[in-house]
Design a protein. Structure first.
Ligand code: ATP
Ligand code: ATP
Ligand code: MG
Ligand code: MG
Lengths: 285, 327, 505, 327
């Protein structure tokens, strides 16, 4: 029997493309698995339409990278009984049953937490941290969770956080760069630049490099460990990033989906941990 | 000869519907799953939100304006309505001490928000001379800002089932959202064709000076036009929120472009005075069926965009041949 | 031998639902003014648009200077030496006079041929306008000009092409006698230069004044071509309408009653000064004046389209405040505007919608829904009455001939059934048959006790229809004459009068 | 009295510049960091991309059209140019076996892409009767699809320094990007005011029938207009890519709205025939200074949106008073 698996992704960025690639790679191992992968361009309505179509075509399982985790009930309803594996964006635990539904991913909060832990270590002995924060698109869950993660971790570690600048750069390198440049123009002093993803971190770094700022003293931290970000970590320009294991998430998601399609027992959760990446371990990734 | 002329007249007049029918026939052959009741209902469900938006925005376009704020009104309505029907048990309620309100209150609050934004748009356009593009761009940005402020950018989850039923329930096989869409379309049709207000919308769009000279109160009508657009956007916002089971401040992002595109594909002209409800519905269905068809055929998402672009342009070229400069 | 500079043979042109030209032949000679006549919708403009390539013919041949040509667009026509003044004035309103005149053939800097030579353009415009004795500053935006001045600019532009054939499609529709005279002297110069002038108009007296030959079209068919000397007004009219018309100005003496509208010391800064006059029930008040006299502005002010700075308006002795056209309509005033395109038609809507536009509210059933049936019946009635030539009431008004569009607008205001009807150039572009019909309607309305204010630049119309004649000059009233005291000369004298010497008879 | 009239005429005529100056003065008081050379240069750097886009799109708007594809052209240019100037050592090069090309090749390839999309837009609009909105919407979707296909949605990082210098280098204190922006603005000014083509753009937008009957080849001009818009978008795409040091397929998302907004704020009218380069520059600077100011003042991002919307609308209301119906 050939197993058809539908995939719907929240949008396209470097990470999600890697995740998609991982799913496709993993599927190649099975001659009888066909994957149909779509992206929803951050439109909840479009994602539901994609699930509708997968259900119409009677696929054997669906992998969903939710745009908004609250839409999970509707998504499950639209799937009409087809096993649904959620990946990377975590829905409420109550809808996960480990039979028809499961979650594979990392905890967004953890990515922020790891940034926080790194910075807590970096600033050991200091009392106050004056921070610059570039957030992803407002209203998205990963933006919220990553931000919450890093702030709470630092606060728990006893630091007093002082906001110098906090705004969204919408995951966009160019926007972050422009904002950073203008911020630097004001001459305001800060200790750290926290970014919700690597692209924005790289933008901030470009702006800071232009002013020959010491990136060793003022750490810039990102999330995702994209190739250019790893390069920057190697050069010592980016203090740290967080590796989100797209490959593992994709492979586990496909594995879960296939098992569920075959009626096998699966776990409720397939955790793929985040991993902090610094100059010490960057070569591993 | 005359016969032939009649045929070509017919084709010209109903070109956009012919495109739609050809698409339906082609897809039925290409994908067996396409022509199933369930699939067609799914298309309607998916398009109901955009459809209602397009109908509303068409009022603005016919009057020779535009409404960029509809996407933001969806967002604003979404968070306002959702925050009034959260499960009382949910700890992160926006209004923690709110008593249990009947869902109708949430619906009305949402509609009021849309009407208010629409009224503001209308007033700006009517009583200052600023172009509709700017007035509604401004309120688009402002409304989105309010939606974010209200929720601190967090989603508003855990809606009560009485509210969610609007988006998820159905009457027999036909989902409520589709019923609402059909009703809105019928009302829009009646307004545009059988009421004074409707005729005034066309007149204002066709030649505002002539309309004014003929005693039409242009300003009052503009208020009405943008309120219709705002209220339609709110209705769409409520339906989508109820379906998504969550109030989301980013929900309507970029919907305005989709809605304007659907209306335009359906023959609504940005030069004013031209546009019909059946045309708009055809425009919406063309977009919806295209989307659905490309998904059913399992075409790669990148290629989908290219094909989509080509078919949209092709459909309108076919529809507009009649206006092309005659040889 | 080149007797005819232009020959059009067996021209056929159809539009959806209309056969506008049905095998028409037309010839023009150098140095001859050739009048093209016919009822509204006869196909005059269409024939000329076939010639300049706007609506290339479906079949038929065009020979120019003995050579067969195919003209696909106006650019080719201009290159072949054919220039046209269009019936529907067509300026780029936001640009200056000089840019409009030289549009498409801007003088370029000789040293930097990529760039437009504005100095040269200004100079050439100045020369051109001075030559033609038109007093307009080349740099003003066209939108600042009155319709009449726009028309003068279009005329100047057409002449400036130095074309062999100049087509004038109702060039005098917004001009007053003085400018018409002026235009005729320009045409005379063209003639002397050997230009073939094709002249379309509905004004009979002009034909006999300027034309050498005449061609008459009816229903897209060629009826006759003759030297003007062999025609009389009556034979011309008979050829055009296919029947004999008795009276162009069927004025009936109505019962003149109390004062209906009375205007006192109306003031609009820069435009109108100290305007006072009355109109009685059953009276037709003609308003005469030269271009720029402010007649249109006065009517617009009465109708609430302009703000007055002071002065009072009384209706039936009661003071009224009219701030907008809807106020005016509610107080029982109707206003047929002068500028058909700007304030009149809604091009993309149907004939029916255009007819009922000012009257929609009277068709509401249950205060919400429209009574489409009655609406259609009423429109049908006016279509018959004014002989509006249209394939159907559903046709878009933009596809109608100019005169028929005008008739639709007349129908619009008749339908509102106002107590006071203001008509600004009501028969502009309307053929003789329909003109007589409209005059009959106007005079009947007066007999029903309505008050009519009729602005017109056509002396015969003013003299033939009015009970009293108000003459304006430079924004002031210079005379109010009784029908029996008025003639063309007296009116022209007051119209040209320096103001401050206002005489009220 | 006459004196007063002159003053009010002056204010009317230069309203949008007055808004700009008032904003600058207000911000100098509110934030000491605002009126520094570095900060002002930063504003210019930031706005250079959007500015060039707005200038290009203004040609379309003045001719009574619109160009929605400029954002996508930025994306397409970005990935095309970037993929031709990647470091040879970089393992994930788009064209792995490409020899080391001079950066000018990348620039020209990018410009060619923009010109081609523009030409397609122009041809569709000129030779079929479809509205510019649809033609450019179609090519917007298609161009974005191509950008994604080309890169598989991965960024194209690791650009060679010879290319990055365009975006990051400067002549004395003035960055190259700002210089390019100024040059493009001057050229646009000259084209619109001193060339035949410019006059024809206004004439086509002001009254296409008049243009046609005056012998202007409307179709050829439309090709030119949309090519100008496409090429401007490519220039912006190259500058932005060089600055960001990475080719990104989603780079230009939604830039079209920003560009159209800037042009519209600067007084370019969607009813055609109206718009000036100084006005557009004022529009861009108003948006740029507003962004910069809100950032300097450290206002919360949500509230920023609300304030931004209000100021945009306010500025245009002030500018348009002259057109408001006279009392
Ligand atoms: N673009 C068009 N589409 C459809 N019908 C048209 C179009 N242009 C002209 N017609 C029709 O062709 C016929 C002839 O029109 P034309 O404008 O030539 O009349 P005309 O003789 O110039 O009349 P007038 O004296 O009123 O200007 C009319 O019946 C008109 O409705
Ligand atoms: N929109 C406008 N802006 C500035 N001035 C105007 C405008 N419209 C008209 N005028 C000026 O107002 C004066 C009177 O206008 P107009 O020529 O319309 O008067 P009129 O007596 O109605 O003449 P007619 O109806 O014969 O053309 C003229 O000097 C004209 O230039
Ligand atoms: Mg005509
Ligand atoms: Mg007048």
């Amino acid at each position: 029997k050939t197993y058809h698996i539908g995939v719907t992704l929240y949008d396209r960025d470097q990470f999600i493309s890697s995740l998609e690639q991982a799913i496709l790679e993993a599927a190649k191992k099975y001659p009888n698995v066909v994957v149909d992968s779509q992206d929803a361009k951050q439109d909840v309505n479009q994602q539901m339409a994609q699930v509708d179509v997968f259900a119409t075509k009677k696929y054997d399982a669906i992998i969903v990278n939710l745009i908004n985790t609250d839409t999970v009930e509707t998504i499950i309803q639209r799937a009409r009984g087809i096993p649904t594996i959620f990946v990377n964006r975590r829905p409420r635990d109550t809808v996960i049953d480990g039979v028809k539904t499961a979650y594979v991913g990392s905890q967004e909060y953890d990515a922020g937490r790891m940034q926080g832990e790194f910075l807590a270590n970096f600033f050991k002995g200091k009392k106050e941290i004056r921070y610059v924060l570039f957030m992803g698109q407002l209203g998205l869950e990963n933006t919220n969770e990553r931000t919450r993660g890093v702030k709470e971790t630092l606060e728990k570690a006893g630091f007093k956080l002082t906001k110098v600048y906090e705004d969204t750069a919408e995951w966009d390198r160019w926007k972050a760069m422009n904002q950073m440049q203008q911020l630097l123009g004001t001459g305001k002093q800060f200790d750290v630049v926290i970014c919700n993803n690597d692209e924005m971190a790289l933008g901030a770094i470009e702006a800071m490099k232009a002013l020959k700022m010491d990136l060793k003293k003022i750490p810039v931290v990102g999330i995702d460990a994209t190739p250019p970000a790893k390069e920057a970590v190697k050069k010592g320009e980016m203090a740290m990033t967080v590796f989100q294991n797209a490959k593992a998430q994709g492979a586990v998601a496909l594995d879960f989906a296939l098992k569920a399609a075959q009626g096998q027992k699966i776990e409720k959760f397939g955790w793929v941990p985040f991993e902090p990446v610094t100059i010490d371990n960057v070569d591993k990734y | 000869m005359a016969q032939q002329n009649k045929v070509s007249n017919f084709i010209n007049k109903y070109a956009i519907f012919i495109v739609l029918i050809v698409m339906i026939i082609a897809l039925s052959f290409l994908s067996p799953a396409f022509l199933t009741v369930q699939n067609l209902i799914n298309v309607l469900i998916t398009e109901s939100g955009r459809g209602i938006l397009a109908l509303g925005v068409a009022f603005a376009i016919i009057s020779r304006g535009i409404d960029l704020s509809v996407g933001s009104i969806v967002s604003l309505t979404s968070v306002i309505a959702a925050s009034l029907v959260q499960e009382p048990s949910y700890s992160a309620r926006i209004f923690p001490n709110l008593p249990l309100l009947p869902p109708i209150v949430a619906v009305l609050a949402g509609l009021a928000a849309g009407a208010l934004v629409g009224l503001t748009n209308g007033a700006l356009i009517a009583y200052t001379a600023i172009p509709p593009f700017i007035a509604t761009l401004g309120s688009m940005i402002i409304a989105r800002g309010f939606a974010l402020i209200l929720t601190n950018a967090y989603p508003v989850p855990m809606l009560r089932p009485e509210f969610k039923i609007i988006g998820q329930g159905s009457l027999g096989p036909i989902p409520y959202v589709v019923i609402v869409f059909v009703i809105v379309a019928i009302i829009a049709y009646i307004i545009l064709n059988y009421t004074k207000f409707g005729k005034h919308v066309y007149a204002i769009g066709g030649n505002v000076n002539a309309a004014r000279t003929s005693g039409i109160k242009v300003e009052k009508n503009l208020l009405g036009i943008y309120m219709v657009s705002g209220i339609c956007a709110s209705i769409a916002g409520i339906l989508i929120t109820a379906r998504a089971a969550s109030g989301i401040a980013t929900l309507g992002n970029n919907y305005e472009l989709d809605a304007i595109a659907a209306a335009t594909i359906g023959g609504t002209s940005h030069t004013g005075g031209i546009g019909t409800v059946p045309g708009i519905i055809a425009g919406i269905l063309i977009l919806g069926i295209l989307n659905n068809g490309l998904l059913l055929l399992g075409i790669s998402p990148y290629l989908q965009q290219v094909i989509k672009g080509i078919i949209i342009v092709g459909a309108v070229v076919f529809d507009m041949r009649k206006n092309a400069r005659q040889k | 031998m080149e007797e005819y500079i232009l020959e059009m043979k067996d021209i056929v042109r159809t539009f959806p639902g209309v056969r506008a030209l049905n095998g028409v032949d037309f010839r023009a000679k150098r140095g001859v003014v050739h009048a093209l006549m016919g009822e509204n919708g006869a196909g005059k403009s269409t024939l000329m648009k076939c010639l300049v390539g706007i609506n290339p013919p479906d079949s038929g041949e065009i020979w120019l200077k003995g050579k067969k040509v195919q003209i696909q667009n106006p650019n080719e026509a201009l290159k072949l030496g054919i220039a046209m003044i269009y019936q529907e004035l067509n300026p780029v309103a936001e640009r200056s006079v000089m840019e409009n005149i030289w549009l498409g053939r801007e003088p370029m800097l000789s040293k930097l041929p990529l760039f437009v030579d504005h100095k040269e353009m200004y100079k050439k415009t100045k020369e051109l306008l001075e030559n033609l004795e038109i007093n307009i500053e080349p740099k003003v935006k066209v939108k600042e000009l009155s319709v009449a001045k726009m028309q003068m600019i279009e005329i100047a532009k057409a002449i400036s092409y130095n074309a062999d054939i100049v087509i004038m499609d109702e060039p005098t529709s917004s001009l007053t006698p003085n400018e018409v005279e002026h235009l005729f002297s320009m045409i005379q110069k063209l003639k002397d230069r050997g230009v073939a002038v094709i002249y379309i108009t509905h004004k009979m007296e002009e034909i006999f004044n300027i034309a050498d030959e005449v061609t008459v079209l009816r229903d897209g068919n060629h009826i006759l071509t003759k030297p003007i000397s062999e025609m009389t007004i009556d034979s011309l009219i008979t050829a055009m309408v296919g029947r004999y018309l008795t009276d162009m100005f069927p004025k009936m003496q109505s019962q003149i009653g109390d004062v209906k509208l009375s205007v006192r010391h109306l003031e609009v800064p820069g435009l109108l000064h100290d305007i006072s006059f009355d109109v009685r029930k059953g009276e037709i008040l003609g308003v005469a004046g030269l271009v720029g006299a402010g007649r249109t502005e006065l009517m617009e002010t009465l109708f609430g389209l302009r703000r007055k700075s002071s002065g009072e308006i009384f209706i039936d002795g009661e003071k009224v405040e009219i701030r907008s056209p809807s106020d005016a309509i509610n107080t029982g005033i109707g206003f047929l505007t002068e500028d058909r395109r700007l304030n009149g038609i809604i091009p993309v809507l149907s004939v029916q919608m255009n007819i009922i536009l000012a009257n929609i509210k009277n068709y509401s059933k249950l205060k919400i829904f429209l009574d489409l049936k009655t609406m259609q019946n009423d429109c049908e009635k006016y279509k018959e009455r004014l002989k509006i030539r249209t394939p159907s009431l559903e046709a878009l008004i933009q596809n109608l001939s100019g005169g028929n569009q005008q008739k639709v607008l007349v129908a619009r205001w008749l339908l509102t059934n106002p107590d006071i009807l203001i008509l600004d150039e009501p028969t502009r572009g309307i053929d003789v048959g329909a003109k007589a019909e409209i005059h009959t309607i106007i005079t009947k309305l007066a007999c029903e006790g309505k008050s009519i204010i009729m602005v017109s630049s056509e002396m015969p119309e003013i003299l033939g229809m009015s009970d009293r004649i108000l003459v304006m000059s430079h924004g002031q009233i210079t005379a109010i004459l009784d029908r029996k005291d008025a003639n063309q000369e007296i009116i022209m004298r007051y119209a040209a009068a320096k103001t401050n010497a206002a005489i009220v008879a």
